[in-house]
Write a protein that binds this ligand. Sequence first.
Ligand SMILES: [Fe+2]
Ligand SMILES: [Fe+2]
Length: 252
Amino acid sequence: MMETRTDEIADGIFRISVFVPDIAPPAGFTFNQFLILGDDPLLFHTGLRKMFPLYCEAVRRLVPLDRLRWISFGHFEADECGAMNEWLAAAPNAELAHGQTGCLVSVTDMADRPPRILGDGEVVDLGRGKRVRYIDTPHTPHGWDAGLMIEESTGTLLCGDLFTQLGDGPALTDGDIVGPAILAEDIFRYSSLNPDMGLTIRGLAGHAPRTLALMHGPSFSGDGPAALRALADEYDRKAAATVSSRPASMSR
Ligand SMILES: [Fe+2]
Ligand SMILES: [Fe+2]
């Protein structure tokens, strides 16, 4: 029987976590949604369509569903946005918000109500001091349409699949999140290694996050820019090693 676990990981920002022991056993794997409270609450990640009842119940404990205003996510994939239409049906005042590429390529067609299209760097004011900035991160860690959000008053970067790790850790940690992320990358190979990946991740460090909210893993409190730069270095090494391991005949 799967259950949700809810923790406040930064002021007014709640992590709703489901642990699935059957994925990558024996460690298991978490799927996390984040609810940012404000006059206009925002949910980041809809969760899998088939887990909708679980998440819906957990969100309802924090905010009446008719007050939910925004539903956003990192890229078009089942765990990120599979339940978007279930949410739109349950939350009559909610609107999807996502980047230009994702809206034009997938969301506008797949969603039951038209999304709000966010430009790179665009800010949405949620009221009560909360404001989220949308940042394009194409192909990082995967998906042409990939993007993230940072809540600027708390410095909370909603990292999506970046730093994905196995296991059911604490809700919030100040320990190492780079080592476990490299381990999970080597097992799943989920990232689309590309020459701009390090640059894209280092760009996120420029927003000076103090909390990193991982979709798959604990949230991290501490030196966010240092963790992002270490992850960027690792991906630069992996991308370079992949290219240099190709026989010369393949690169012609
Ligand atoms: Fe993903
Ligand atoms: Fe994910």
